[in-house]
Structures are given as C-alpha cells and as structure tokens.
Design a protein around this ligand. Structure first.
Ligand code: FES
Ligand code: FES
Length: 161
C-alpha cells in the first residue's frame, strides 16, 4: 500500500521550510525528526502533559495532537526560538533559572511555550491567573511553587523593560 504525501510550507522560528510529509505525521515528530528541533519534548503523546507545547500562529498548541499538515501555511515557534546563550536568555528562561523553576527539565520547554504567549496577553498576572495558565502543563518534580515564582519574576522583568 502506498501512502500519499503532502507538500507543506511552514515557517518555524522565522525560517521557511518546505517538506513532503505523510498526512499522519505529527507536528511533534516533524519538528523533532525532520527539522531536528529536539527541544520540543514528547511525554504522554495524547494531549495530557503539555510537554510538547509549541506556539502556532501566536497560540500554544499540543504538537502531539496536531498533524504537520495542519501547520501548512502557518508559523510555528519552538523553545529554540528563545535563547541558548546563557548571557542572553529570554526573561522567562532567566526567571526559571533564578527561581529554580525546574529540576529534571523535561517539562520546561512546554511550560515556556505556554507562558510566552500568556505573558504577552497578561503582562501583569495575579497568582490565580498564573496557576490557571499553567493548569494544562504537568511537572512531576517541582511542586509548581517555584514555577509560579518564576512567572512572577519574569512578568516583573518584562514590565521593567
Ligand atoms: S506529549 Fe503532548 S501533551 Fe503530552
Ligand atoms: S522539572 Fe521534572 S517534570 Fe518538571
């Protein structure tokens, strides 16, 4: 049996990509295996943990629940778009570092990609709003307290810019 393939054009972290993909290919697998952007982690693979969260046209989505063909003509942003230079981290990354918002780090990319658009739309969030924003991301290490502190730190830092 032959499987049809579809040509997709997708912008990832500002770079244009054109690939032929099977219709069943998940966006998470496209990013990790075709583009080698392995910062996007895959945990549960069925939409529960949030580890695979990326930003699609400005909004956080589960890349394990999104087919690559659905990203055709759209813009994707992954954790690699933030910063990999310790001297030039995104304020959210710096705040996670500062407030010890991670331990093993497996969940962190998903948290960051959930929080980037959240802080853009909520520049002055209260604790309840932060906890609500984080409700779709699971972390088995931190107990969440330091993640909340990190978001508060990042919000303060972004406001002072
Ligand atoms: S891997 Fe996608 S939500 Fe868990
Ligand atoms: S830091 Fe380990 S799962 Fe969140």
């Amino acid at each position: 049996m032959t499987t049809s393939r579809h040509r997709i054009r997708v912008t990832v972290n500002g770079a244009a990509h054109e690939h032929e993909v099977e219709p069943r290919l998940l966006l998470s697998d496209f990013l990790r295996y075709e583009l080698r952007l392995t910062g996007t982690h895959v945990g549960c693979e069925h939409g529960v943990c949030g580890a695979c969260t990326v930003i699609l046209d400005g909004l956080p989505v589960r890349s394990c629940l999104t087919f690559a063909v659905q990203a055709d003509g759209h813009e994707v942003r992954t954790v690699e778009s933030l910063g990999d230079d310790l001297e030039q981290l995104h304020p959210l990354q710096a705040a996670f570092w500062e407030a010890h918002g991670l331990q093993c780090g497996f969940c962190t990319a998903g948290f960051l990609m959930t929080l980037v658009p959240f802080l853009e739309s909520h520049p002055d969030p209260d604790e309840g709003e932060i906890r609500e924003a984080l409700a779709g991301n699971l972390c088995r290490c931190t107990g969440y307290q330091n993640i909340v502190k990190a978001v508060q730190l990042a919000a303060a830092e972004l406001k002072s810019d």
